[in-house]
Design a protein around this ligand. Structure first.
Ligand code: ADP
Length: 329
């Protein structure tokens, strides 16, 4: 079947992935493969902008790639690779930075947030983060980029950058990517309040053992108003119930919903049920992960092969860009 175009997405190497990454990104990555030619990039250069994520960078790259493969990324058709293995991206980043007003970068909400998060490490790379992201997207002649609301300003920035570049150099070398607004759920952590993430240690890893998963689930915060087992609960404000809706059967969801409201089922029982269903859902992923992970070289081979294929597209783009800018052939 003819594909609808090329999708690009990148994510920083954060190691073993959690439920938030899965529901918010990976699941969609897997589904998009049916309709689009997909290019998925582990953006290790972007990770270098924040000091804490560079520890174990290579191992984190590997673990993330392994999770993507186990979750259903098909490397025979999808290009899956590591950003730094296609060095053309840094050249394009430099060239694009010349058409980027500095104030536009420092005005971006994501930049301001990074400054708040890392007040002691406001490096040059951090300011240029969206320029590098633009380089990633356009280097691979991507038509479509799936984005959640928080990334929308970055994509708009990328589109504007493409327009300025093409206008300034009177060229069509770069393709303006379309935004594919993705309904990205905000998965809450086990605290039931904040977004699930590694830095807050409120996450549930996909690759954990069933026992560890159960323990984590048992720590999940439920309806804060429900103090005693005999109190009726409110599933509408309970993160465990939100998860039930994703991982449990329709009948069980209905039962939990009704029984919680009349205190027929307690939070402990509810969480045990969710843990069992979550472990069941993740069993095929975990089995596949063990199988693929038995040969780490094969995972690196997938990434090297992806980089080779990505580089062929990248070199073609850079020929056009160099031509437009009048750098020597
Ligand atoms: P990055 O900085 O590359 O986005 P993250 O690890 O923060 O790295 O996120 C990787 C992907 O997983 C992103 O697409 C992000 O939206 C998604 N994601 C991460 N945490 C959550 C969460 N708690 N809920 C929904 N999606 C999430």
């Amino acid at each position: 079947m003819a594909k609808k175009g090329r999708v690009f997405s990148g994510a920083r190497p954060t190691g073993r992935q959690h439920l938030g990454n899965y529901l918010g990104a990976i699941k969609n990555y897997v589904a998009l493969q049916d309709d689009y030619e997909c290019v998925y990039c582990i953006v290790d250069l972007h990770a270098l902008t924040t000091v804490d994520t560079t520890e174990n960078l290579r191992q984190n790259t590997y673990e993330m790639a392994l999770d993507w493969l186990a979750a259903g990324i098909r490397p025979e058709e999808t290009i899956m690779f590591v950003q730094s293995q296609v060095p053309e991206v840094t050249e394009l980043h430099t060239i694009l930075s010349m058409v980027t007003p500095l104030g536009k970068l420092t005005d971006l909400p994501t930049f301001k947030e990074k400054v708040r998060e890392n007040p002691d490490n406001i490096n040059y790379g951090l300011v240029g983060y969206p320029v590098l992201m633009t380089a990633d997207i356009v280097l691979y002649k991507s038509d479509v980029v799936p984005v959640g609301v928080d990334q929308a300003p970055h994509l708009e920035f990328a589109r504007e950058t493409v327009r300025s570049f093409n206008y300034r150099f009177n060229t069509k070398a770069l393709i303006e990517p379309q935004m594919k607004n993705t309904e990205i759920p905000k998965v809450l952590g086990i605290d039931g309040v904040q977004k699930m993430g590694k830095s807050l240690n409120n996450h549930i890893e996909l690759a954990s053992s069933p026992d560890d998963t159960r323990q984590r689930v048992m720590q999940m915060v439920t309806d804060p108003q429900r103090m005693k087992r005999t109190d009726p609960g409110n599933p509408d404000v309970c993160n465990v119930f939100t998860m039930h809706k994703i991982f449990s059967s329709a009948e069980e969801v209905e039962m939990v919903n009704a029984e919680c409201r009349r205190a027929g089922i307690g939070c402990v029982d509810c969480k045990k049920r969710f843990a069992a269903n979550l472990n069941n859902s993740l069993a095929p992923f975990r089995a596949k992960r063990d199988e693929i992970g038995a040969n780490p070289d094969a995972v690196w081979d997938v990434l090297h092969d992806g980089a080779k294929r990505a580089r062929m597209i990248a070199q073609k783009t850079m020929d056009d860009v160099r031509e437009a800018v009048q750098l020597p052939r």
